[in-house]
Ligand binder design. Structure first.
Ligand code: TXA
Ligand code: MG
Length: 327
């Protein structure tokens, strides 16, 4: 039964349609036990860019990568012993772990907002697990709401919030937990809870030993290895090289990050173009990969970036560039 144009009862056919849509680079909203997610193929830069565009968010947040089991996630991030114990105890379930990307990780840099870590989880919902097994790709999925709106716990909420920005919404009933997953950073000596959620700190501590909260100031007293400072949990990638915005030309020792086909824009030791056709979605898809690429080239004095229109997903691109320029 099709309750509205985009809401589908999960049957074998509709789950297969949803999986094919994801494999083709499209977006699918699906139920999880916490909240509904807006999913895309995490290995496809353009598909991931479409998530940010659909949510209308004026900045890039790193997204959670979903898979049907820990074995699938072992292919994209490196698990510590603690991470394995937590996975065994809490997956499938409302726990998200931040772990280092593997060197051969196929996940889009945009999905992780350029960071060297990724947030991963196995959701505890039969429809989500069926979809993830069928699609056989890591799926990036933030909560399926427009920016600034409440997280959706029913298919109808998703339809209200995202409307025609999502073609397929799989209806798995009301999310039983109703708050997002707990996000815990396992890249520090003491695990740090970055976002409280479906699993309590006490539950985590039974498996992982001492756990810090990102906002607690009690670390100094504990006398134990200090986790990252709160500033470092902001999760922002910034290039090593200084970045100069609104450049219309570049000097001979700068990397030049262009946008569009402006024939007058000249110079630059190395040139990359975010989108020769001036397509903002393509520019978003290329942003982190090109910044990383230019940043890795030796001998450059900095990166000059041409103006990018400040509309739609261009606002998120400019937000990121501004942060990098002032870093
Ligand atoms: O319950 C949930 O987690 C839902 C369902 C759909 O799975 N998803 C969700 O995703 O809430 P989202 O994108 O709305 O929230 C992702 C959270 C953000 O707080 C983000 O900053 C954090 O995870 N995060 C993602 N990757 C990170 C990373 N590499 N380092 C630190 N924090 C990260
Ligand atoms: Mg959210």
């Amino acid at each position: 039964m099709n309750k509205s144009n985009s809401i589908y009862e999960p049957t074998r056919e509709t789950v297969e349609l949803a999986a094919a849509t994801l494999q083709g680079g499209g977006l699918v909203a699906f139920p999880t036990e916490t909240v509904y997610g807006l999913g895309a193929d995490a290995t496809n830069d353009l598909a991931v860019a479409a998530i940010y565009a659909a949510k209308g968010r004026p900045s890039f947040n790193p997204l959670i990568i979903h898979a049907p089991d820990a074995a699938a996630l072992e292919k994209i991030v490196t698990f510590s012993e603690t991470a394995r114990r937590l996975a065994k105890r809490f997956w499938p379930g409302p726990l998200t772990m931040v772990l280092p990307r593997r060197p051969d990780c196929p996940v889009s840099l945009l999905a992780g907002a350029g960071l060297s870590t990724l947030a991963v989880r196995v959701p505890d919902h039969p429809v989500a697990l069926r979809l993830l097994r069928t699609v056989a790709l890591p799926i990036a999925a933030p909560s399926a709401n427009a920016s600034g709106r409440l997280s959706p716990t029913t298919a109808a909420h998703v339809a209200e919030s995202l409307g025609k920005n999502v073609g397929i919404i799989l209806d798995g009933g009301a999310s039983t937990i109703g708050v997002e997953s707990t996000v815990v950073d396992l890249t520090t000596s003491v695990p740090v809870v970055l976002r409280p959620g479906g699993i309590s700190i006490e539950d985590l501590e039974q498996i992982a030993g001492q756990v810090e909260r990102a906002d607690s100031g009690a670390k100094a007293e504990s006398g134990i290895a200090t986790p990252k400072s709160p500033g470092m949990t902001d999760s922002h990638y910034a290039p090593r090289l200084p970045l100069r915005m609104d450049a219309i030309s570049a000097s001979a020792d700068e990397g030049f990050l262009k946008f569009g086909a402006d024939a007058a824009a000249c110079g630059g030791a190395v040139v990359r173009n975010l989108s020769p056709e001036g397509n903002l979605l393509e520019a978003a898809a290329n942003l982190f990969a090109m910044l990383h690429e230019l940043d890795a080239i030796g001998g450059l004095s900095g990166i000059a970036v041409m103006p990018v229109p400040n509309t739609g997903i261009g606002m998120a691109i400019n937000d990121r560039l501004r942060r990098a320029a002032s870093a």
